[in-house]
Design a protein around this ligand. Structure first.
Ligand code: ARG
Ligand code: ASP
Length: 720
């Protein structure tokens, strides 16, 4: 008996520990509600700090060190001089803008040796959250049950504007109202936006993008995906436009950095600005995304990537020209493949359907009021999504097939000029200012344009347009292929590219240099402009109205469904979908099993970089100095206890696009890594999170410091 009891308790202990090490917690939590909803669980999982350390209003807290970087990433402040860590891929645009053939920071990296050398980035901003308060009651004031969706929207818009204007009057900060839970809750958010953000340093491409698109969205990963910026402020520590007089910003808080590294099972906190998730969608929506729009977009992008690839392989010049486009197209392509696969693996559509069945049962178990509110919901979803499907696809093709032909995409930008030229009393000065902008755009378009690629892409995309979209939802020029060219796509493409001026930089610059509003007509005669115009006409006449009507009704159904779900789960707290507001997610450092018989460890090392090295593949080149440091095991204080240099690790934090650049904190609230991606098996987490295989990927902060210190010699920054 004793023996039995003993085994029993060991067994239950095992079950508890294994379940606690593989049970990730889904959720993108509101930081000011952590104490109420999450703190106990977080501390159970190992967190040593309190919710107050993460978000507090009357004293400085971790939140004062977390920024929205640009418009779609996160960054964290790591020194009292406004030094900022984010991802290389988040700073990519800025790094590229500073790169020239002589100073190729993209390929060689860049490190400012003092403040004077730090490089300004016009247009780049960072935003800090100051405060957030719920204003749902005031926003919904005047909203009545019988109102149409448009009336409701107008009322909410009015209230929002009034409330944010009032708030702004009494505050030095910006104040905006944001909707949560599909418009069921509203928060007033105070923010401060800094406009003088300078590039301090970046590793070379061979580190910052090691593995390129091949390793992207994948574990095991060896990318040193980080870059360093600094926030500048005026003498009063306030946001200011760029000026030489500006000085480094003094933050209310900056993150302490840990050199201890992470071990399996360690608590982690990701704190940042996740962009968009849609975890409460009904099954029909998930099906539309995973089984219809994703596969179509994937097929279209696949064609583009194949053509890019062929030319990029053959010519290093083209490889540079198309590197950024290729990475962008490939990033979405791979994400969508992973997402659709993940939805199937999780059986997400059926799981959603059974949640809906439970919802219907709950509705019918309720009073008349509940039934009146929610009973018709699911059939309406079904109907709306079925009607939306062809229009959603047609819109995707407009963008992913029509405007994805660079020539047509470029020509479509001239619509603004055309429209400005139609204005009755448009001033000469205004037109001239537009011309200036178009001249710049023309220069930058042709810097990275290779016509044979675009012709190849056009042929492939137009073929798919003809194959998959019915004539009444195709732009006129696509139908012309059959009507005028007897289905000969090649002949059509040849005519398009030969006759359009948009393939020829000098011709456009000439057109612009002598441009008068009355010349706008000439745009209409250009086949590429006219194709772009056909796309707009298609949208205006065939798609827009129906699509807007359906999405408006879907939005309203989703809002009501969300309200129903909240009511149904009364007593447990549902987190709101991501909406580019500050969120915390927590999990554990842990590897995973992506497939039968395959186990992934939770960290990678510099040795793995050497294994992947391929001098003939741009994405797998290893920096010479890095190789030397590896051969000498010269890692300074940055090695792990086993003497190895760790590069990246995975943990089970719920993240999404926008979480890139977020700090990954350890149990003490110290910086342990910088988040930059998700594993392939986690990409469907925007629709449904999988605690078993969902992992976020971070670069180990010790690798970041190692590269800055040992490789770049930026010891002044390490001291800072
Ligand atoms: N997949 C990551 C994200 O969505 C990283 C993208 C940048 N890296 C790349 N090789 N394209 O942002
Ligand atoms: N790579 C993404 C980003 O840039 C992060 C993710 O989707 O997991 O935000």
């Amino acid at each position: 008996m004793r023996r039995f009891v003993c085994w029993f308790s060991i067994l239950s202990l095992l079950i508890i520990t294994t379940s606690s090490t593989s049970m990730a917690d889904e959720g993108l939590w509101l930081p000011f509600l952590l104490e109420q909803h999450n703190q106990t669980r977080m501390q159970e999982m190992g967190m040593q700090i309190s919710a107050d350390d993460i978000y507090a209003l009357n004293q400085s807290s971790m939140k004062d060190a977390i920024v929205l970087f640009g418009r779609g990433c996160t960054g964290s402040i790591v020194s009292d001089q406004g030094l900022l860590f984010t991802n290389h891929h988040c700073g990519f645009g800025s790094i590229r803008n500073h790169s020239t053939v002589e100073n190729n920071y993209l390929d060689e990296g860049f490190w400012a040796t003092n403040l004077k050398e730090e490089l300004p980035n016009p247009g780049l901003t960072i935003t800090l959250l100051k405060q957030m308060e719920e204003v749902t009651d005031s926003i919904l004031k005047g909203v009545e049950p019988g109102m149409t969706e448009a009336q409701r929207d107008a009322m909410i818009k009015n209230n929002s504007e009034r409330i944010s204007k009032n708030a702004q009057k009494n505050s030095p900060y910006n104040a905006i109202v944001r909707a949560f839970y599909n418009g069921n809750q509203f928060y007033l958010i105070y923010t401060e936006t800094f406009r003088d953000i300078r590039l301090v340093g970046t590793p070379p491409y061979s580190i910052g993008k090691f593995g390129g698109s091949t390793d992207n969205w994948m574990w095991p990963r060896h990318t040193g995906d980080f870059a360093v910026f600094r926030i500048y402020a005026n003498a009063e520590n306030q946001p200011a436009d760029y000026s030489e007089e500006n000085i480094p910003y003094k933050p209310a808080y900056h993150l302490p950095i840990s050199l201890k590294g992470v071990s399996e099972g360690d608590f982690t906190l990701v704190y940042g600005y996740p962009g968009r998730t849609s975890v409460y969608l009904p099954s029909q929506a998930v099906e539309l995304i995973a089984e219809a729009t994703n596969p179509h977009k994937v097929r279209l992008r696949q064609q583009r990537l194949d053509v890019f690839d062929k030319y990029m392989q053959a010519d290093p010049q083209i490889r540079i020209q198309y590197a950024s486009k290729d990475a962008g197209v490939a990033n979405g392509w791979k994400k969508m493949i992973g997402e659709s696969n993940g939805v199937r693996r999780l059986d997400a559509i059926n799981k959603k359907a059974s949640q809906e069945t439970a919802f219907v049962e709950w509705v019918h178990a309720g009073d008349e009021n509940r039934k009146a509110l929610y009973a018709g919901l699911l059939p309406s979803f079904e109907e709306s999504y079925a009607s939306l499907a062809p229009y959603a696809l047609a819109t995707d093709y407009m963008n992913e097939a029509g405007r994805a032909i660079e020539l047509i995409g470029f020509a479509s930008q001239f619509r603004f000029l055309y429209e400005a030229s139609q204005e009755k009393d448009v001033s000469e000065a205004y037109i001239q200012s537009l011309i200036k902008r178009y001249e710049q755009r023309t220069e930058s378009f042709f810097k990275d344009y290779h016509e044979p690629i675009d012709r190849g892409v056009a042929q492939k995309l137009l073929q798919l347009y003809l194959d998959y979209i019915p004539p009444d939802l195709r732009p006129a020029f696509v139908n012309e292929i059959n009507l005028k060219y007897r289905g000969n796509i090649e002949a059509f493409v040849d005519a398009l590219f030969t006759k359009s001026m948009f393939t020829n930089k000098n011709q456009i610059l000439e057109f612009l240099s002598s441009y008068k509003p009355r010349h706008a007509r000439r745009l209409l005669r250009d086949p590429a402009y006219s194709a772009a115009n056909d796309i707009s006409i298609l949208y205006e006449t065939r798609i827009k109205e129906t699509r807007q009507r359906l999405t408006t009704s879907i939005d309203s159904l989703q809002r009501i469904y969300m309200a129903g779900l909240i009511e149904m789960h009364e007593g447990s707290y549902l987190y709101p979908d991501a909406n580019f507001t500050l969120r915390a997610s927590y999990g554990l450092v842990e590897g995973y099993s992506p497939a039968d018989a395959v186990e992934y460890d939770y960290y990678t090392t510099l040795g793995g970089i050497m294994e992947k090295e391929d001098p003939n593949n741009y994405d797998y080149i290893v920096d010479n100095k890095l190789r030397q440091l590896f051969l000498n095991s010269d890692y300074g204080d940055y090695a792990d206890d086993d003497g190895k240099m760790r590069v990246a690790f995975v943990a089970s934090n719920h993240t999404t696009g926008g979480s890139s650049g977020s700090p990954v904190m350890n149990a003490d609230g110290h910086l342990a890594g910088i988040n930059f991606d998700r594993g392939w098996e986690a990409t469907m987490s925007d629709l449904m999170y999988d605690p078993i295989q969902g992992r976020n990927i971070a670069v180990d902060v010790r690798y970041v410091l190692f590269v800055m210190d040992k490789l770049a010699g930026a010891s002044h920054l390490i001291k800072e």
